[in-house]
Design a protein around this ligand. Structure first.
Ligand SMILES: CC(C)(COP(=O)(O)OP(=O)(O)OC[C@H]1O[C@@H](n2cnc3c(N)ncnc32)[C@H](O)[C@@H]1OP(=O)(O)O)[C@@H](O)C(=O)NCCC(=O)NCCS
Length: 161
């Protein structure tokens, strides 16, 4: 059985589009993943925005996702705004089918180029993006300020679909 067949098993993880009703859960996962949490209202506004596409990964029959990805489409380009898996669900490969399905959806919507920004040294995120063929296109030294005051480099990455 291949890795991706695991996600087709009845009762296994599934990937579904997200609506504004997921805003509170996304805010909670985001808050557990990044130094500055986006509020439920920010997620509600984003998910209600034309051109913003969100997908979630759900376990079993759960109605709330354990992870999500959000992108904004402008013409034939998209930017991945944020990707996060709840801390307790990380390291199980859930981000892979999530991103795969999301990129398929972007492609279906005629997106040809996908951009994103990631902190240098964020190894799980870099492994995920490289797996799908994202290439580094730029770096902004000291762009992010960490909670401890240290500054770290932001990498920009791009993928052609
Ligand atoms: C980035 C994130 C979504 C990845 O999800 P995950 O559940 O941790 O990772 P997965 O188990 O799905 O594996 C994805 C890849 O990361 C690798 N990986 C997972 N944990 C890792 C670790 N601790 N160190 C290095 N690589 C790791 C996996 O091996 C896999 O790569 P591969 O396909 O080359 O084998 C998750 O770590 C997260 O939410 N992080 C906090 C938020 C964040 O940083 N988002 C990205 C912002 S740009």
């Amino acid at each position: 059985m291949s890795f991706f067949d695991l996600f087709k098993k009845p009762g296994g993880p599934r990937i579904d589009p997200l609506g504004t009703d997921a805003a509170a859960r996304l805010s909670a996962i985001h808050g557990a993943s990044f130094a500055r949490a986006w509020s439920p209202l920010e997620f509600e506004r984003l998910l209600g925005e034309r051109g913003v596409v969100g997908d979630g990964v759900f376990l079993g029959n759960a109605t709330k996702p354990v992870g999500f990805v959000l992108s904004r489409i402008v013409l034939d380009e998209a930017e991945i705004l944020t990707v996060a898996i709840a801390p307790e669900a990380r390291g199980k490969g859930l981000s892979i089918p999530l991103l795969e399905r999301h990129l398929d959806e972007l492609s279906r919507r005629a997106v040809r180029t996908v951009h994103l920004e990631v902190e240098e040294g964020n190894e799980p995120a870099l492994a995920l993006y490289r797996r799908f063929g994202f290439k580094e296109t730029g770096r902004r030294a000291g762009y992010y300020q960490k909670a401890d005051g240290n500054r770290v480099t932001a990498l920009t990455m791009t993928l052609g679909l």
